[in-house]
Design a protein around this ligand. Structure first.
Ligand code: ADP
Ligand code: MG
Length: 321
């Protein structure tokens, strides 16, 4: 297969056709028409074999994840996804692999009606980079620097499952892959919280997506907003599967694992009722985990008010600076 046959077969024929795409795949560049009332939000993420995924990953999972991680970034800004580009380097033109990869990619693109409008394809070590573009009404995007003391902190979904699956695959803590089968998708096919991001943008004071673990990502919000936070350990949302392994792993993966792709948002306390009503009405899973404080520390406290002690080596201190 030549480069052009690959593009024609797997990428030019794609299921999403948006009316706002003037020129899609096939010309020197794509042309899109954003509504005049909207701002354009742009993000990119690269996935490198051996670093972000293993060479023998299911290609459909990889196609899904390459797009999902970008849609998660758009969601954290409150943007509705519209278009994306795909840069691919492949060691060889393996048709079964390409078919799986394109299938996973297009399936997720269809869910969110985000159209593939271009990219680049080259021979090389396996690498996948997606650039995604979304739309948000003028001045309405959520940023990391808007948290203020007294704001409440919420997270979507549950935390730590992706890291739990990874640990099971590595044979750690005597946890088998079968034990965590119920949450396998959390690592392999994360669901970007697109509806949550768009829904919360009018009520949140700040937002970030949790890709490097709650502690690290909430830390970015605290730094950008020049504030601290107090998080209640008992409020950290975890899945039933995670809970079943808590005696071995504690809350370390939920606090400091990665690949969660949930959102962490802060909300003025006056908006708490509205946010919780919205979550209920929209079917969003949203859990209040703490509040923003003055100062610059992230305190994680148990029900007795004691600082969290990690069960695993390397995560002893969660205090910043
Ligand atoms: P150019 O030589 O101008 O860089 P290419 O030959 O690389 O053009 O690409 C031809 C067309 O196919 C362009 O519209 C480009 O955006 C698109 N394209 C190339 N690779 C991909 C890909 N992996 N996914 C989607 N579109 C692609
Ligand atoms: Mg090119």
């Amino acid at each position: 297969m030549t480069e052009f046959e690959i593009i024609r077969t797997y990428f030019a024929t794609q299921p999403v056709q948006r009316a706002d795409v003037r020129v899609g795949i096939g010309d020197d560049a794509a042309v899109v028409q954003a509504p005049p009332s909207m701002e354009t939000v742009i993000t990119t993420d690269i996935l490198v074999a051996g670093v972000h995924f293993s060479e023998n990953v299911d290609p459909a999972d990889l196609g899904h994840k390459a797009l999902a991680v970008n849609l998660s970034d758009l969601a954290a800004m409150g943007a509705a996804p519209a278009w994306f580009l795909l840069d691919l380097t492949l060691p060889k033109a393996d048709e079964a692999w390409l078919n799986g990869f394109a299938g996973g990619l297009h399936e997720l693109a269809q869910v969110y009606q985000v159209q593939l409008i271009g990219g680049d394809t080259s021979v090389g070590p396996l690498n996948v980079a997606v650039t995604a573009v979304g739309l948000v009404p003028q001045g309405k995007c959520m940023r990391r620097d808007g948290a203020r003391p007294g704001d409440l902190i919420y997270v979507t979904g549950t935390l730590g499952d992706a890291t739990l699956v990874l640990a099971a695959r590595r044979g750690e803590h005597g946890i088998s892959v079968n034990d965590v089968a119920a949450v396998r998708q959390r690592l392999d096919r994360p669901d970007p919280r697109v509806a949550e991001g768009v829904g919360l943008r009018d009520l949140a004071s700040s937002a970030i997506d949790i890709s490097d673990g709650l502690v690290a990502d909430l830390g970015h919000v605290l730094e950008a907003s020049k504030v601290g936070a107090r998080v209640n350990l008992g409020a950290i949302p975890v899945s039933p599967t995670y809970r079943a392994h808590m005696r071995k792993i504690g809350l370390d993966y939920a606090l400091a694992g990665g690949d969660d792709y949930e959102l962490c948002v802060t909300v003025r306390s006056a908006n708490a009722m509205r946010v919780e009503a919205l979550a209920l009405a929209s079917g969003f899973s949203l859990t209040r985990i703490g509040e923003i404080t003055t100062g610059d520390n992230l305190e994680i406290l148990d029900s007795m008010g004691r600082a969290y002690q990690s069960r695993l080596k390397g995560y002893e201190h969660f205090t910043r600076r």
